[in-house]
Design a protein around this ligand. Structure first.
Ligand code: V47
Length: 367
């Protein structure tokens, strides 16, 4: 592959990657500024191979969004509603339980639950939700509530983060998803989600979860008003926390979908397929202390997600039954992907499919 780098401005970065040296902020920016997508992808693939070989992970999972009523109503979001708006909903505990019960026969290993900041719901609703889901789907790991929701519960009940986590963990919470991170820079948050917790607070919530032994994920929402430097800074802040705690499992870049959001009419520099692949590759290169980089097919589309397996990604997420957040914002992908189709995508990319649970314990391989 040396021909890829024959006249490349990335030769010194290639040497660092080969030596397993950490890349700097400047390296991250230079990777973004380079138009040599194949060279960037080749370097990311090298790291991916080193960490995961040909293994490509997926899971059988289900999403549940218990309410779309939200106090924040972020401009980036098409899902949130005011309580009095048409289309506002809150699932009853019986409805939640019924959705969890469906998982039992489907061999679902993960239930991913997130919702809006609904002032009508207090912590006892969350506790009862977790108890019922745990009982209705005993084989599934519950990955639930973004850092934003955890912070909200702490605030409205005047509890510490540790107290909130202990109560929720006792009721069945296993792990936290990576949502709500967006871009950590204040400048960007002021434009796309001005009422949401700060980037610093998002990191504090995950640090607290890690301190109690919980594993969590991290995301970055890209393709709106952020600069490339703000993306690289976001990755570096995640890397710094991961150095401290080792509690992150996977990083998931999320391509912004503008439809039905308050940002729809603005001419934003939306992510392209080229940017999707570059962002996944740069994440793989910068986040040297993360084991897994997920290409989330729901937001990328299955074709880009499959190609991403040659650009640093080693995970496609899952079957994802009943996703609402990306679909409300115009995602054109299906509502569910059959396990066989995920296996086919992975094998057709020359990789080895591995079914995992949330914590990356192997459930099945050799498909
Ligand atoms: O928190 C909101 C983002 C997140 C839009 O941890 C949007 O395994 C694009 O976090 N366009 C939800 N993105 C999704 C998420 C996630 C998905 C899959 C796996 C995991 C994991 C986490 O999506 C939100 C927000 O950051 N989002 N609106 C939008 N219009």
């Amino acid at each position: 592959m040396d021909f890829l780098f024959a006249n490349s401005e990335l030769t010194d970065i290639k040497a660092k990657v080969e030596a397993g040296e950490r890349l700097s902020r400047e390296d991250g920016l230079r990777l973004y500024q380079s138009t040599d997508l194949l060279a960037v992808g080749y370097l990311a693939d090298m790291v991916r191979k080193r960490k995961n070989g040909d293994k490509t992970y997926f899971n059988v999972n289900r999403h549940i969004n218990h309410t779309n009523v939200c106090e924040n109503l972020c401009k980036l979001c098409a899902f949130g509603r005011k309580a009095e708006d048409a289309g506002a909903y809150t699932l009853s505990l019986d409805e939640l339980e019924a959705k969890a019960k469906e998982c039992h026969g489907l061999k679902v290993s993960e239930i991913h639950i997130v919702g809006g900041l609904n002032p009508a719901l207090k912590i006892d609703y969350y506790v009862e939700m977790l108890r019922r889901v745990r009982y209705a789907a005993p084989g599934a790991i519950i990955k639930a509530f973004t850092a934003v929701e955890i912070d909200y519960l702490a605030k409205i009940h005047n509890m510490s983060l540790d107290e909130v986590f202990k109560v929720l963990r006792d009721a069945g919470l296993d792990s936290l998803p990576g949502g709500g991170a967006e871009i950590f820079a204040r400048r960007v948050r002021d434009i796309i989600c001005n009422k949401k917790i700060s980037g610093q607070r998002w990191l504090e919530v995950h640090q607290a979860a890690h301190g109690l032994g919980m594993k969590t994920n991290a995301t970055m929402l890209y393709g709106h008003v952020e600069s490339l430097a703000e993306r690289v800074d976001h990755l570096i802040q995640l890397r710094v926390l991961q150095d401290k705690t080792g509690g992150f499992l996977a990083f998931i870049p999320l391509a912004f979908h503008p439809k039905n959001t308050a940002l729809e009419s603005q001419s934003l520099s939306l992510a392209t397929g080229y940017d999707d692949l570059k962002t996944l590759a740069i994440a793989r290169l910068m986040l040297d202390n993360f084991d897994h980089i997920k290409a989330y097919w729901v937001m990328l589309g299955p074709k880009i997600a499959q190609v991403a397996l040659s650009f640093g990604a080693d995970d496609l997420d899952g079957t994802v039954m009943e996703e609402k957040i990306a679909h409300d914002a115009g995602a054109a992908t299906a509502q569910i992907m059959a396990k066989n189709k995920l296996i086919h995508l992975i094998k057709a990319a020359g990789r080895q499919p591995v079914e995992r649970d949330t914590l990356y314990n192997v459930i099945g391989e050799g498909f």
